[in-house]
Write a protein that binds this ligand. Structure first.
Ligand code: GDP
Length: 443
């Protein structure tokens, strides 16, 4: 799922990377592309419109942090909006009711209800460490009850027998009474599906729902059905107090529209993804992770967030102005070291950049956080005047600074030499554009 969408969004946002500034024009063009990509992924039109509007509003007039490129800013906004679209945070099962907690599964025929009932039971037993049984109320489709039993046997899950001569409501009531008596904490009730949403089915599942007062009423949808799946979810949501949605068959080549639309259309969270026919193929739904998967740039995103969170934009601007004037002194150097430490040190920044994993270990070792801290300590042992005008640091001052910082005169000399080189480099960078590039490189 999401392969095409991911590829198209990636291409669009890459094109923005080369842009120097975020203007209404280049944002509009990018948004046209994003809109096409979403529509092609079968995302519902109102959802697309809303999404684009949000991203556009936030992107236009967005101040671009010195250390980020405009493309990165837009990627970040698109990512945040994707997360918002899918519901911010993961929503686990809520089973804290007087036992037994009943989970009612509804959905169209073939959506994957029966398979999902067994997958859920395994999750509840193995991960949530709760006792659980399953029961089928599908008295219409021949062999539906047998199918649940066969699946449950294969997965080692306990089931309660039922019979197609019984009424669904009776099956469910009996099952609740039985698990209560047995002290089983959770009961999963599989219901009948139909090919289309029809009144009889709705009435039946409504009756089951009001009689059982389930802890969870989950709607199972087939992600391969795209917008049709979303429409059926909407119809059920209007008839039933759904507590969440389970999206199946995400391992297929579904385009992703259902995953991106269903929350917006129903207001209900996606709780799980079914990602295969096997009974362990059930994943908790994490909007954040899915959004990163869609954009296909997980590590870059966390780097962007970190830079945004931790760099003080005003400071960066002041620093840039100072460097331009050639007034960069040892106080500023000290600030830069502090800034780097606040961001987790040089090595942590490098860790997050794609591709650094392939660098030889020796190269990374040269970037030693301890080394920067030592430089900081030396600067801390200087007087204010010395930091502003390093030229006045003569032999006796060097001795005093070395003693104060627990280092040696050689180390003080080395620092002063490095600082001298830095100043020279900065003077060379003063030509147009160079400086900004360097600061972006630091981010
Ligand atoms: P029900 O009619 O809603 O009870 O649907 P079933 O549980 O019988 O599933 C219908 C078909 O979809 C079966 O062939 C399942 O193996 C298949 N299926 C269910 N969930 C998934 C899934 O997450 N991935 C894949 N690839 N197939 C699934």
């Amino acid at each position: 799922m999401f392969d095409n969408l991911s590829e198209r969004l990636g291409r669009t946002l890459k094109n923005l990377r080369g842009q120097g500034r975020l203007s209404e024009d280049n944002i509009s063009e990018a948004m046209r592309e994003v809109r096409m990509a979403l529509l092609e992924a079968d995302v519902a039109l109102p959802v697309v419109k809303d999404f684009i509007e949000h991203v556009r509003e936030r992107a236009i007039g967005q101040e671009v942090a010195t250390s980020l490129t405009p493309g990165q800013v837009v990627i970040k906004i698109v990512h945040e909006e994707l997360v918002r679209l899918m519901g911010e945070s993961a929503t686990p099962l809520s089973l804290n009711v007087a036992p037994p907690a009943v989970i009612l599964l509804a959905g169209l025929q073939g959506a994957g209800k029966t398979t999902t009932a067994v997958k859920l039971a395994r999750h509840i037993r193995d991960d949530l460490k709760r006792s659980v049984k399953v029961v089928s109320c599908d008295v219409y489709r021949p062999a539906a009850i047998d199918q649940l039993h066969a699946y449950a046997d294969q997965a080692g899950i306990e089931y309660l027998p039922s019979d197609s001569s019984q009424k669904p409501l009776d099956i469910a009531r009996d099952a609740v009474a039985t698990v209560r008596r047995q002290g089983v904490e959770t009961l999963i009730v599989d219901t009948a599906g139909r090919l289309h949403v029809d009144e009889d089915m709705m009435a039946e599942v409504q009756a089951l729902n009001s009689d059982l007062s389930p802890a969870e009423t989950l709607f199972v949808i087939d992600s391969m059905m795209g917008q049709d799946a979303v429409k059926s979810a909407e119809a059920f949501n209007n008839a039933l107090p759904l507590s969440g949605v389970i999206l199946t068959k995400v391992d297929g080549d579904a385009r992703g529209g259902a995953a991106l639309s269903v929350r917006h259309v129903t207001g209900k969270p996606i709780k799980f993804l079914g990602s295969g026919e096997k009974f362990d193929a059930l994943e908790a739904f994490h909007p954040e992770r899915v959004a990163s998967r869609i954009l296909g740039m997980g590590d870059v995103l966390s780097l962007i967030e970190e830079v945004e969170r931790k760099t003080d934009q005003d400071k960066a601007k002041k620093m840039a102005a100072k460097i331009k004037k050639g007034g960069f002194d040892l106080d500023d150097f000290r600030d830069q070291i502090n800034e780097m430490n606040r961001m987790g040190g040089m090595s942590s920044l490098l860790d997050k950049l794609p591709g650094t994993g392939q660098l030889p270990a020796g190269a990374l070792n040269q970037v030693n956080d301890g080394m920067f801290n030592r430089l900081g300590t030396i600067i801390d042992s200087m007087t204010q005047k010395e930091r502003r005008k390093p030229d006045i640091i003569n032999g006796s001052r060097k001795k005093r600074i070395a003693a104060g910082s627990g280092t040696s005169v050689q180390e003080v000399n080395k620092l002063l030499k490095q600082f001298g080189q830095m100043q020279k480099t900065m003077k060379r960078m003063k030509r147009k554009g160079g400086l900004q590039k360097m600061l972006q490189g630091m981010g």
